[in-house]
Write a protein that binds this ligand. Structure first.
Ligand code: SAM
Length: 227
């Protein structure tokens, strides 16, 4: 998979050198390009923003540098462009699964009050475009949202996580939250691991885990159980 990121803060993405995604890059499973939007400006101040038409507070990202950045980065109609936005569709595990199948993802990180809407409209004439929200809150910029999305998508790309089975028994994979996990020692600070997990009875363990998933989901995220 090829991933391109366009941002005025490319240094945010240095952390993609480490951990599982860093290893996936070393092994050639994920190929990453990070582009500084200011490299596509032509004035002395490398300006990427201007005042909003119609008035109002804050600044809006100018279309011209974005257009030039996409001219360079977009390959063909196989590219999917993701604009992180609190006004976008909600990013979920299902979104991550869909995007993990794509050969080329491009992320355009907004700042200030966001990007001139014509950039999204124009990009949609030459690639598939999605405006995607990490959640119902407002961040200062798209970088942190994109980091979270890349981590969620990247770990679903075949070969990135060593044991693919570990991906199937997770929260949101079957519509429920995951059961609680325990490791050694069996007693820690007077707290015992649930005895069923030490029983060796795989049927009983599976039943206990499913019950825990249902109980936790009912308690913490009842909305997930709505039809
Ligand atoms: N004025 C915009 C609005 O009300 O919808 C918010 C702009 S926000 C301060 C600046 C940038 O942060 C956005 O363009 C987007 O890239 C990113 N951002 C903020 N919150 C986000 C969220 N919940 N999910 C994804 N991206 C977000």
């Amino acid at each position: 998979m090829r991933i391109d990121i366009i941002s005025i803060f490319p240094e945010f993405f240095g952390v993609l050198d480490i951990s599982l995604l860093g290893k996936a890059r070393e092994r050639g499973i994920i190929d990453l390009g990070v582009h500084n939007l200011r490299d596509f400006t032509h004035d002395r101040h490398r300006t990427v923003d201007d005042t909003p038409y119609g008035g109002g507070a804050g600044m809006v990202m100018k279309p011209e540098p974005w257009g030039e950045a996409f001219d360079q980065v977009l390959q063909d109609e196989s590219s999917v462009v993701i604009f992180p936005s609190p006004a976008g569709e909600r990013f979920t595990q299902a979104t991550a699964r869909e995007l993990a199948l794509e050969p080329h993802l491009v992320f355009g990180c907004g700042r200030y009050e966001g990007i001139d809407q014509r950039v999204i409209a124009h990009t949609a004439t030459r690639a598939r475009v999605r405006e995607v929200s990490l959640g119902d809150y407002v961040l200062n910029g798209g970088e942190v949202a994109v980091m979270a999305m890349i981590e969620a998508i990247g770990r679903l790309v075949p070969g990135v996580v060593g044991n693919p089975e570990s991906l199937t028994e997770e929260s949101h994979e079957d519509g429920l939250l995951e059961y609680p996990s325990y490791t050694k020692p069996a007693v820690w600070r007077d707290l015992e691991v649930p005895p069923v997990l030490l029983s060796g009875n795989h049927g009983a363990i599976a039943a206990w885990r499913h019950e825990q998933q249902l109980e936790r989901t009912r308690r913490v995220r009842p909305d997930l159980l709505q039809p």
